[in-house]
Write a new protein. Structure first.
Length: 319
């Protein structure tokens, strides 16, 4: 019997429908988890701009305090050179004035670069030069603020050993700006630089509040005067020296605890407390001594300004 052979046609496989696509790779950087690159760039840039404003205002306050305000005085650098090291007064005064003028000029560079920072695009010879000038200005401000703190430590009669700690926000703020600053937007939003800057600022704020807290707990006489004079000028609540001392003890304990909480737990509540109380204590120079003491307030703007920068970073990062 004849048999017929049936040819087999090749099998046809239909393409799968609605095949899911592979998810895009995600960054392992902990600063970008749950946050779009645009949002991360925006909040890092806002943090850098806020820090720049704090440093510029501080520089203007320093220039006013030591050069052109009605309460103009000389810094401890002059006092250390002239009284302690027996330098000629003219040389000591020239060095002190030159340091203040250079710091004021450096603050002007930071201000100008801050106005131009959004207009810069990409890398060019102009942005590289401006970025170098930006960082050089910030480093100089840090050096001069540190020299003033060191001179105060060598000349102060009471709590001299705390000078470098209580002035920490003044010189570390500009140092942190040198780390995360620059003309180009890309240099302002580097996660590594931002992280280092925030760590520096948190350490500085904790040191400053802990040092001020200890002085308050020990009822530092100028702090008592600030409370009593502010009461006489504004509230007229009849606060006595005994009451002021009790307030200072409570304030000192709170400041030390908040400094520890900020550093150990990275608490936004602690940062918010520092913002409010740091600005209040800076403004207390004007409430106690009158509005002509505004340079004393501006030079202390970092007491509340540095915690603002920390609070911006931690708040936006955790959203």
């Amino acid at each position: 019997m004849a048999t017929t052979t049936r040819s087999r046609s090749p099998e046809y496989h239909a393409p799968p429908m609605n095949t899911p696509t592979s998810p895009p790779p995600t960054s392992t950087d902990d600063t970008s988890i749950g946050e779009a690159p645009e949002d991360r760039a925006s909040h890092s840039f806002a943090m850098a701009v806020c820090l720049r404003v704090v440093v510029v205002v501080q520089c203007f306050g320093l220039g006013a305090r030591y050069l052109f305000s009605s309460l103009e005085t000389e810094s401890d650098v002059y006092g250390w050179l002239y009284f302690d090291r027996d330098w000629p007064e003219s040389i000591a005064l020239s060095i002190d004035n030159m340091g203040a003028l250079t710091t004021l000029f450096a603050g002007g560079i930071l201000c100008l670069n801050g106005l131009l920072i959004r207009k810069s695009s990409g890398e060019s010879s102009w942005t590289r030069i401006a970025g170098w000038m930006d960082r050089a200005a910030a480093v100089w401000i840090a050096i001069w603020m540190l020299l003033i703190a060191a001179a105060h430590m060598m000349r102060a009669a009471v709590f001299a050993e705390l000078s470098l700690f209580e002035h920490a926000v003044r010189y570390i703020a500009s140092l942190a700006l040198a780390v995360c600053g620059g003309m180009g937007v890309a240099s302002c939003v580097s996660p590594a630089r931002t992280r280092i800057a925030v760590i520096l600022l948190a350490v500085a704020a904790s040191l400053t509040f802990a040092a001020h807290g200890y002085k308050a707990y020990e009822c530092y006489a100028p702090f008592i005067d600030l409370i009593l004079l502010s009461d006489m000028q504004w509230t007229e609540a009849g606060i006595t020296q005994a009451t002021a001392e009790k307030l200072l003890v409570a304030i000192g304990i709170a400041d030390i605890l908040v400094a520890l909480v900020l550093l150990v737990f990275r608490s936004r509540f602690a940062a918010f407390y520092m913002v409010v109380w740091g600005l209040v204590t800076a403004a207390s120079r004007m409430t106690a001594l009158g509005l002509e003491a505004w340079p004393e307030t501006l030079i202390r703007i970092a007491n509340g300004g540095v915690p603002i920068v920390i609070l911006i970073h931690w708040t936006v990062k955790r959203k």
